[in-house]
Design a protein around this ligand. Structure first.
Ligand code: B16
Ligand code: MG
Length: 218
C-alpha cells in the first residue's frame, strides 16, 4: 500500500486559530456572565460551533437556559466576533513546517485535502493564501455528522478518489483523531493534549512533520 493523500485539519494544524475562537467565546461568555477559561477552550477544539456552545452552557450549569433558536443566535454572535478577529490573519500565521511539508508531498504525487468542520475554513485559507495547495477542501456546511464521526475524512478520501487506507489524517484534537481512526486512516497527532485514543504518529508541533517518516510508516 502506498500513500496517496494527506488530509489536514485546519484549526491547530495549518494555523493557530484556537486563540481567536477562545477570544470570541470569552467575549460572549463575559457578556452572558458565564465562566470560560483556556481549559474549557481545550474541550472545544475540533467540536462544532453549536456543540461548543452547549459545552460552555454545561460548564455553567445553564444547559436549559436557552431555546434552540436563542442558542443559535448566541453562537452566531460569537461567530461574528470570530470573523472580525480572523481578518488579521496573513501567510505569516501558517504554522511552521507546513508549506515545505505540503510542497514535498505534492512533488511526490501525493494529493492534499482539508477536513475542517469550521464554516470559516475557506476564508481562513484565503487569508493564509494557501487555498491553491489543496486538491479538495471539505464544505463544513454539508457535513451532517461532525467529528468524532468519520464523515468529513471519508468525504475527502472519496472526493480525491482514494480508499481511506491510502490516506493519512493530520489533527490536533481528540475528536479529530477519533474521526480519523473511525475512517480507517493512519493518524498524525499534533500536540494533542486530551488523549483517550493515541494517534499513530505523535508529534509535538508541525515543525516535526516529516514526509519520509510518514510515507515509510505506510
Ligand atoms: P466555526 P477544525 C474547528 O475547526 C475548531 O477546532 C473548533 O474549535 C470550532 O468550534 C469549529 O471548527 C467550528 O468552527 O465556528 O468557524 O464553524 O479544527 O475542524 O479545523
Ligand atoms: Mg483542529
Amino acid at each position: 500500500m502506498c500513500l496517496k493523500a494527506l488530509i489536514f485539519d485546519l484549526d491547530g494544524v495549518l494555523t493557530d486559530t484556537a486563540k481567536y475562537h477562545y477570544l470570541a467565546w470569552k467575549k460572549l461568555a463575559d457578556e452572558l456572565g458565564y465562566y470560560f477559561d483556556e481549559d474549557i477552550n481545550e474541550l472545544l477544539k475540533g467540536v462544532s460551533r453549536i456543540n461548543s456552545f452547549e459545552i460552555i452552557l454545561e460548564k455553567n450549569n445553564a444547559t436549559n437556559k436557552f431555546t434552540d433558536l436563542e442558542k443559535e443566535t448566541l453562537a452566531n454572535k460569537k461567530n461574528e466576533y470570530y470573523k472580525e478577529m480572523i481578518e488579521q490573519l496573513t501567510p505569516n500565521d501558517i504554522l511552521e513546517g507546513i508549506v515545505p511539508f505540503i510542497n514535498e508531498a505534492r512533488s511526490n504525487g501525493v494529493k492534499c485535502a482539508v477536513a475542517s468542520i469550521s464554516k470559516n475554513a475557506s476564508r481562513v485559507l484565503e487569508l493564509l493564501k494557501i487555498s491553491d495547495m489543496f486538491d479538495y477542501i471539505a464544505d463544513a456546511a454539508l457535513v451532517k455528522n461532525p467529528k468524532p464521526d468519520p464523515e468529513i475524512f471519508l468525504t475527502c478520501a472519496e472526493q480525491l478518489g482514494f480508499k481511506p487506507s491510502e490516506c493519512v489524517g493530520i489533527e490536533d484534537a481528540q475528536a479529530g483523531i477519533e474521526s480519523i481512526h473511525a475512517a480507517g486512516m493512519l493518524s498524525v497527532g499534533i500536540n494533542v493534549t486530551v488523549t483517550s485514543i493515541m494517534p499513530d504518529i505523535v508529534l509535538k508541533s508541525t515543525s516535526e512533520l516529516d514526509f519520509k517518516q510518514i510515507s515509510e510508516k505506510f
